[in-house]
Design a protein around this ligand. Structure first.
Ligand code: SAM
Length: 322
């Protein structure tokens, strides 16, 4: 498999030079790993407080609004970023997508994005992922979790795996490509369940090896316990916060709900089984009861990808029964 990368031009201002240098270094680092989606800018320049991710020739810019930011501040920044990208890479305006987030996690706002083509297939570790750069706040693959997926791939080898909050099934694809015996993916959203199916088909995964279910994960854990099911490896990568009419409690809050989730999850573990628990709440604290009752290993430090400057972007734990 040969990955094609964009050619760069000579940048003039410090931001363009940073972009080109970061991109060239990331390209060297990732192409060995058959990956063409990665972060190329992470708020390095104080006056340009945004992130830029590269997806096979396309750029996704995440803006983080402060209460004090004005529309004219944002507009200026958009113009600056567009002109630097166009000056530094052989691309056109249609290859650039802007996404706007508010800083408080429960008030995330996706206003609009530009660019025309939205669906694309990208590679991470040689695995194919359908991404949609335009229609949602998130693209279909969370780049910050790339090292966590590598860890999951190793832990899932020859195992029966349950992937909760599966979104587009990136963890499932990794464990299945890594030799898992079976993987069930569970998510509440029909959109993501369909997307997951497409991702499994895209990677030619044998149908007998996987199952994709639409369900509330908290309910699913109870249902699975009632049925006496067992899994060797359970992946839990929930959102920080979510609101949905489809979930029984109507609101999911990782800080409050992780205790019930982990307790029910450990009941499903076979002898020697392990839970990989990860989330993006920067203030997350593992509950004392969980720390006391199980063997909990915080592996967050090992899970921050190349190009990410925020070392607290997620917290990741391995949890085993004593
Ligand atoms: C942060 S994403 C998960 C990312 C995913 N683990 C990955 O690495 O690609 C959150 C996902 O949880 C799903 N979700 C939120 N609340 C849920 C619930 N109570 N039960 C099942 N899925 C839920 C959302 O639909 C979304 O796909």
């Amino acid at each position: 498999m040969i990955l094609n990368f964009l050619k760069t031009k000579r940048g003039k201002d410090p931001f363009s030079i940073t972009l080109i240098n970061n991109y060239e270094n990331a390209k060297l680092f990732f192409s060995k790993n058959r990956t063409n989606c990665f972060r190329i800018y992470d708020k390095e320049i104080t006056q340009i407080p945004l992130t830029i991710d590269y997806y096979d020739g396309f750029f996704v810019i995440n803006h983080y609004w402060k209460q004090s930011s004005t529309e004219s501040d944002i507009e200026k920044l958009v113009k600056k970023v567009n002109s630097s990208i166009l000056e530094s890479f052989e691309v056109s305006q249609e290859n650039i997508f802007h996404k706007y987030r508010k800083i408080n996690y429960d008030k995330e706002l996706f206003l609009n994005s530009e660019g025309i083509s939205s669906f694309l297939t990208v590679y991470e570790s040689g695995i194919k992922f359908e991404v949609n750069l335009k229609d949602y706040l998130d693209t279909g693959i969370f780049l910050d979790h790339s090292p966590v997926r590598e860890i999951a791939m190793k832990l899932g080898k020859e195992k029966r795996v349950l992937n909760l909050f599966s979104y587009t099934s990136s963890f499932s694809l990794y464990v299945l490509k890594g030799g898992a015996k079976f993987c069930r993916s569970v998510d509440i959203s029909n959109t993501y369940v369909d997307w997951s199916r497409r991702n499994h088909i895209l990677n030619n995964i044998d149908k007998s090896l996987y199952e994709i279910r639409r369900d509330d994960c908290l309910n699913h854990l109870k249902f699975s316990n009632k049925k006496g099911e067992k899994f060797d490896f359970i992946i839990m990568d929930p959102p920080t916060f979510s609101r949905s009419k489809k979930i029984k409690k109507s609101v999911f809050n990782v800080q409050k709900d992780h205790v019930e989730m982990i307790n029910n999850g450990t009941n499903l573990l076979s002898e020697g089984g392990v839970i990989l628990f990860s989330n993006n709440l920067t203030t997350f604290k593992m509950d004392k009861q969980i720390l006391k009752e199980y063997i909990v290993k915080d592996i967050s430090e090992k899970t921050i990808p190349y190009g990410f400057k925020n070392k607290k972007i997620h917290k990741t734990f391995l949890i085993r029964k004593k």
